[in-house]
Design a binder for this molecule. Structure first.
Ligand code: PMP
Length: 363
């Protein structure tokens, strides 16, 4: 091979700049306790399964509604908004990627915290967007004053995850409002993938703020990671921009099964509130047990906890857990490489995790 190219010669430099993605593992191991990708520990609502079965029996030979009208109406109703304020996509990752293209290519840096969802940086690289990571504080909290001051000096926009990933810490809505006021002519994107486990949704601010885009997913609190549905809430000009991006890619609309299942999930409030409460209860119990084992645990408003042991190397702990068929997430990243992100499983799964940790720490 030609040594002057550290990558295949056909590649454009933008592709060469992309890190190979290491996905959250989905291995096939018997009796696996899978606490590494923040999936819901239970199957979705039975109403979702019934709606998908019905959609499968009736009409798979026909194309789906390209506008996902009925689903968007259901999402709008749930958040007290109009369907023209709702955009849906194949998972929130697709919605986020479209939003980066629609709003942030403007020759100024897009701002996000230096500890956050790793895909924000990937999309800036992929779409040729300048990025500036604003440091979080010693306790890994987003420094809103610093971020707002930086935004006032000029930026392409701001992206934050609330609660943040992978730390799980939530921000109050007045912090979001501070960001919205800091750059009124730029979009502030609030990624609420984990908001239903105890944080406050900025959806309530959409009517008052033309520069706010809220993104949510059905992958976590609705237990539908396998169905691939996410959505954005914002005023119609922002939603229209996302639709133009999507249509320009000729991306597929949600398929019939996804539209039907997602609508049933959004409408099943009873299943939703009971399941969110169960995850939160389990999380609080697990945090206490981890502290008993000597871990420092960040306060979490998500369906995972972020924890470190003062005497044990995190990568070594993750590997030892893996040998016992318990998967947790370790990030080889500056600032957080001594931390473990542990998704909230069932009570039984969390019990297996705690027992495994006990054995490892005693060994
Ligand atoms: N945002 C954050 C912060 C996430 O952690 C995830 C899940 N990995 C996503 C968005 C994307 O989720 P999905 O594409 O399944 O909606």
């Amino acid at each position: 091979s030609d040594m002057s190219h550290p990558y295949p010669a056909f590649w454009s430099p933008r592709v060469a700049g992309l890190e190979p993605y290491v996905p959250g593992e989905q291995p096939r191991i018997a009796n696996l306790v899978k606490l590494n990708t923040n999936e819901h520990p239970s199957p979705p609502s039975p109403r979702v399964i019934a709606a998908i079965a019905e959609a499968a029996r009736d009409g798979l030979q026909r194309y789906p509604d390209p506008e996902s009208t009925s689903l968007r109406e259901a999402i709008a109703r749930r958040h007290g908004l109009q369907p023209a304020q709702v955009f849906v996509g194949n998972g929130s990752d697709e919605v986020l990627s479209h939003a980066f293209l629609a709003f942030f290519q403007r020759g100024e840096p897009l701002l996000f915290p230096d500890v956050t969802y790793s895909f924000y940086r990937v999309w800036t690289q992929l779409h040729g967007i300048e990025a500036e990571a604003v440091p979080v504080d010693e306790a890994l909290r987003i420094e809103i004053d610093a971020l707002a001051r930086r935004a006032e000096r000029g930026c392409a926009g701001v992206v934050i995850a609330n609660p943040n990933a992978p730390t799980g810490q939530g921000l109050p809505l007045d912090a979001i409002e501070q960001l919205l006021r800091a750059c009124p002519m730029r979009v502030v994107l609030v990624d609420e993938a984990y908001v239903d486990f105890g944080a406050s949704s900025a959806a309530a601010l959409v009517e008052a703020h033309p520069n706010l885009l809220v993104v949510q997913t059905l992958s976590k609190s609705r237990a539908l990671a396998g169905l691939r549905v996410g959505f954005a809430l914002g005023q119609p000009p922002l939603i229209e921009a996302l639709a133009r991006i999507k249509n320009s890619f000729n991306s597929y609309p949600l398929d019939r099964l996804a539209q039907a299942g997602a609508q049933a999930a959004i409408e099943d409030d009873e299943w939703f509130s009971a399941q969110c409460r169960a995850v939160i209860d389990t999380r609080e119990g697990l945090a206490l047990q981890l502290e008993d084992l000597g871990f420092e645990v960040l306060p979490s408003q998500a369906n995972f906890v972020f924890a470190r042991h003062p005497q044990r190397d995190a990568a070594t702990l993750a590997a030892a857990l893996r040998e016992r068929a318990v998967l947790v997430r370790h990030f080889r990243q500056p600032r957080i490489d001594q931390w473990l992100r542990i998704s909230i499983g069932t009570r039984a799964q969390c019990g297996v995790l705690v027992e495994a940790l006990q054995a490892i720490l005693e060994g």
